[in-house]
Write a protein that binds this ligand. Structure first.
Ligand code: NAG
Ligand code: NAG
Ligand code: NAG
Ligand code: NAG
Ligand code: NAG
Ligand code: NAG
Ligand code: NAG
Ligand code: NAG
Length: 556
């Protein structure tokens, strides 16, 4: 896995010059465009309260543009914020309400003294759960998470031990998604038959309670995995009958020049299409196939055949926007078009739009069932995001809040931070090609050297704390000097979480028609970002470690 980040540097050398040139031209255009968007948005905003919970969507767009801007081409790509980091959403009606379990204020429960089994602990006894809840309400990590619901504890391997499972949410995550923990508790009858918790295991130690409560899955869904996250439901929606299909209005983008570009450009473009669909009050036809740019793959080559659901939360997208999957859509379109043709008339009406120069505003009144944007021109004419340029930017809002990271990746994030009991600090160390470019970042390399890191971090962090390092530095042992001062954690320390015995592996294999999925550079970025954001103290490269500017010399 270590090669993946290193691939970034190597891939540069492998790309033919002409391709590079196209990229550079694209980059320049994209940057220029982004600057203009930013200027417009920044001017449009007069005052926003600083609390992200109250950020308006305009402010949200700005802050996300600030994340994405330039990142496509200039950013180190080592972090990516998405909707769940920025705005809270009300929980949708069909998902469990996010109500935290109130801490039990009752005194510690006692066993029934007159019962003969005073010293025998029965895990399904409600008083056991009450004791566990009470214990959790006092535990040191309660400030980091919200306890959402509990299952009835089940017996552990030994008498007196109970395994309890509960769902929680990290307070730093703004989504309503729930994560599971299960721990082993040893209970003992205290003096006078009180029920005391004498020992509690680590994160996910109570494996007897790990089995999820079954939720019916569709019969077609493969049942490969044993312990899977039953709360994930990202099946592809079916449009259904002819009349239902014809009732709908669709916006269909064919693949453009953005395909195989960096993930930030992918998002910037995808959200432009989705935004236009919302502006036109149409269903967006989306291609779940994703091509991962070579900068994120171990081989350094672009890889097709990735699934949107590896990276993003399709379930949330389905709930927050109107989308259909391209394959389903094309099948239905062909079928009902032919059927309509046979019956005489009644074919499905289509408006083909050959160029982005036809604006969303011009299409607003169009009554055709399908609006089909075709993107045939040469780069950069064929980039999706060009639809949202110019005056269109005033009308089309990118629905950033529709994009969350994949729950499957978030489960890994949850597990990493849970294993540290959410009690850790983190440092984001940007190196990679920026550290090599001493023209634009003259001090970065020296300021992120092992010695400089020791020097700086021992001043701002307490000794021997858990320290998570989010980084694009490929060399695992680079941070060894820090180990005598902190308990260092790197993403690669958690390899088993995506190894071939992991839950993630089982779940992605099931999504990928039984073929194993590589844990690629983009997934690493997603996980690193979220673990970093859950840390107690966060140390950033470009404000804490170095005076160099994020975007190169003289940009800050
Ligand atoms: C993006 O990067 C380019 C090149 O470094 C720079 O000229 C431009 O100002 C940057 N844009 C913003 C919005 O910072
Ligand atoms: C104790 O248990 C007995 C029966 O096992 C029951 O009759 C009695 O009410 C219980 N006492 C308390 C205080 O719960
Ligand atoms: C524990 O209590 C439940 C009911 O509260 C009972 O059904 C079960 O048999 C008990 N188990 C043991 C081992 O006593
Ligand atoms: C146990 O009961 C005795 C007598 O009722 C009392 O003096 C003692 O304080 C109790 N101990 C605890 C820990 O409650
Ligand atoms: C998953 O979601 C779809 C709607 O998108 C729904 O029809 C289906 O019943 C759900 N499946 C489960 C197992 O909840
Ligand atoms: C959007 O379309 C739906 C049906 O496709 C319709 O019921 C609704 O009124 C439309 N909304 C607007 C604002 O046009
Ligand atoms: C993954 O699936 C295999 C085969 O069904 C199963 O034996 C294993 O327990 C599963 N692992 C996890 C972590 O779910
Ligand atoms: C990092 O820099 C920011 C902005 O200058 C500052 O607010 C923060 O306290 C610094 N963090 C540490 C750990 O020094």
């Amino acid at each position: 896995m270590k090669e993946s980040a290193g691939g970034t540097a190597q891939s540069g050398a492998d790309i033919p010059l002409s391709q590079k040139l196209i990229k550079v031209i694209g980059n320049v255009c994209f940057s220029a465009f982004v600057v203009s968007v930013l200027v417009v948005t920044v001017i449009a905003i007069t005052y926003q309260p600083p609390d992200p919970w109250f950020q308006s969507s305009a402010a949200l767009t700005t802050s996300l543009s600030a994340v994405i801007h330039n990142s496509t081409f200039q950013n180190d790509d080592s972090l990516l914020r998405t909707g769940e980091d920025l705005v809270p959403l009300p929980s949708p009606s069909n998902s469990p309400p996010v109500v935290s379990v109130p801490p039990d204020s009752a005194p510690l429960p006692t066993l029934n003294a007159s019962s003969p089994s005073c010293d025998v602990v029965n895990c399904s006894d409600p008083r056991v759960l009450a004791a566990i809840k009470e214990f959790n309400s006092r535990t040191f990590f309660r400030k980091s998470i919200v306890f959402l619901s509990y299952d009835t504890p089940v017996p552990g391997p030994k008498p007196g031990e109970c395994d309890a499972a509960w769902r929680f949410r990290n307070r730093k995550e703004k989504s309503w998604r729930r994560y599971k923990d299960y721990r082993r508790f040893r209970l003992g009858p205290g003096e006078n038959c009180t029920l005391d918790i004498v020992f509690v295991g680590k994160f996910r130690s109570g494996i007897n309670a790990a089995k999820p409560r079954p939720r019916p899955r569709s019969p077609s869904a493969p049942t490969v995995a044993q312990i899977t996250d039953v709360e994930i439901n990202d099946t592809i929606p079916i449009v259904g009958s002819e009349s239902e299909f014809k009732k709908g209005k669709y916006l269909y983008y064919t693949r453009g020049g953005d395909y195989c570009k960096g993930m930030n450009q992918y998002l910037w473009s995808f959200l432009c299409g989705l935004g236009e669909a919302q502006f036109l009050n149409r269903t967006f036809v989306m291609d779940l196939g994703v091509c991962l740019s070579g900068s994120y793959t171990p081989s350094g080559k672009d890889e097709e055949g990735k699934d949107f659901r590896f990276y993003f939360d399709f379930e949330h997208l389905k709930e927050s926007a109107s989308v259909v999957e391209e394959g389903e859509f094309l099948r239905d379109w062909r079928r009902w078009d032919r059927a309509g043709g046979k019956k005489g008339g009644g074919r499905i009406s289509v408006r083909k739009v050959p160029t982005y120069k036809v604006t969303p505003m011009q299409l607003k009144k169009d009554k055709n069932t399908i609006i089909w944007r075709q993107f045939d021109g040469p780069e950069p004419e064929n980039y999706w995001y060009r639809v949202c340029e110019g005056r269109a930017a005033k009308f089309v809002q990118r629905p950033w809040q529709a994009i969350w990271k994949s729950k499957r990746l978030m489960n890994i994030v949850s597990e990493i931070s849970g294993k540290m009991d959410w009690d850790y600090d983190a440092v984001h160390v940007v190196r990679g090609w920026k550290a090599q470019d001493i023209k634009l970042w003259p001090n970065l390399d020296a300021d992120t050297s092992p010695e400089a890191l020791v020097d700086k971090l021992t001043k701002v962090l307490k000794p021997m704390r858990n320290l998570y390092i989010a980084t694009n530095e490929p060399f695992y042992n680079y941070f060894d000097k820090l180990r005598s001062h902190f308990k260092v954690h790197l993403l690669d320390d958690y390899k088993e979480m995506w190894g071939d015995t992991s839950e993630w592996y089982n779940e992605t294999v099931a999504l990928n028609n039984g073929k194993p999925v590589t844990f690629d550079g983009y997934m690493r970025v997603a996980v690193d970002t979220e673990v970093l954001y859950r840390a107690k103290t966060q140390v950033e490269t470009f404000s804490n470690l170095t005076k160099d500017c994020k975007d190169g010399i003289n940009t800050c």
